[in-house]
Design a protein around this ligand. Structure first.
Ligand code: SAM
Length: 293
């Protein structure tokens, strides 16, 4: 099918996102530039949510790269163009026409492994509330693109203020220098992603002094670690103080009421310094950890 045929058949195609090459302006090459910065393996076996998805290009891309589920959300009618394009390509994409500022969307939207937020944040009414909400919806990774016209760092700084990430990597500018957009990939310390079996372990609040094997010495004996005086630890402790735990610790119940720590020693030590009595945990019983590590 030629691009003209596609355009005539489907008047719902947005003039913004145009990876299909109908537009001849800077937007089509811009999508190629973004593609060159995104590693397709990030989508493999993940659930993916594209917020402000427009014609759904990245939703289709995620599914072509073996995402388990991919959902695009946009408040505009371009959602029907997105549905048509996905049907034409035979990919099982889901598209929801919903307002990211709306109560219902926020109430019912489930968690996703990977969330895309490309050139959308600037359009939202209450960015700070939105980011607080978004924190709980991202299991593993946020890929963020700033809008053009914004000062480079403003919105990534806002994201850092509202969401704790283990690492934030700048991928580069994704548009022409006169209208710069910028891309980042932000990763959470999600152990559930690394060890899928943890997802099904039951949740409990566990008395902190019943977790027996963790101390500063254990920490210093770990191969890759940062210490209690490092800035990374101080930032982690400050974040827990300000907003509480984001992910539960993972512990094994070795005998009734006694636990062995498995994941989260830094957070455990930070919680001790902060005077926590009980800490949120995923609790394994009778599982051998060796094969998980
Ligand atoms: C600049 S375009 C970016 C499209 C796409 N994310 C990309 O980068 O190729 C912004 C998109 O966000 C959508 N949008 C803006 N405000 C929204 C809101 N409150 N809820 C849902 N979608 C919104 C617009 O309809 C538009 O499709």
């Amino acid at each position: 099918m030629t691009t003209t045929e596609l355009g005539q058949e489907n008047a719902k195609l947005s003039s913004y996102q145009n990876p299909e090459g109908i537009l001849k302006d800077r937007l089509a090459p811009r999508t190629d530039k973004r593609l060159s910065m995104i590693d397709p393996r990030w989508f493999y076996d993940k659930t993916v949510l594209d917020l402000g998805c427009n014609n759904g290009y990245f939703v289709r891309l995620a599914l072509k790269n073996k995402a388990r589920r991919a959902v695009g959300v946009d408040k505009s009618d371009c959602i029907s163009g997105a549905r048509d394009l996905a049907a034409k390509e035979g990919v099982k994409a889901e598209f929801w026409q919903a307002d990211l500022d709306g109560q219902e969307f926020r109430r019912f939207c489930p968690k996703f492994d990977v969330v895309l937020l490309f050139s959308v944040l600037t359009h939202l009414k209450d960015k700070e509330n939105f980011l607080d909400w978004l924190d709980d919806k991202i299991r593993y990774m946020l890929i963020f693109e700033s809008n053009h016209g914004e000062a480079n760092k403003v919105h990534i700084e806002l994201i850092k203020k509202h969401i704790y990430f283990e690492s934030i990597e700048y991928l580069g500018p994704s548009d022409i220098p006169e209208k710069p957009h910028h891309l980042w990939v932000c990763r959470k310390p999600s152990h559930e992603k690394r060890y899928g079996v943890i997802a099904s372990a039951p949740f409990e609040f566990v008395p902190i002094d019943k977790i027996k094997n963790w101390s500063e010495d254990t920490l210093m004996n770990q191969k890759t670690s940062y210490g209690l005086k490092d800035l990374k630890f101080i930032l982690l402790r400050d974040d827990i103080k300000k907003r509480g735990f984001r992910d539960p610790l993972v512990v094994e119940e070795i005998k009734s009421g006694e636990y062995k720590g498995f994941q989260g020693i830094h957070r455990y030590l930070a919680a001790k310094q902060l005077g926590y009595k009980d800490v949120p945990c995923k609790v394994f019983k009778g599982l051998k950890f060796k094969h998980l590590q």
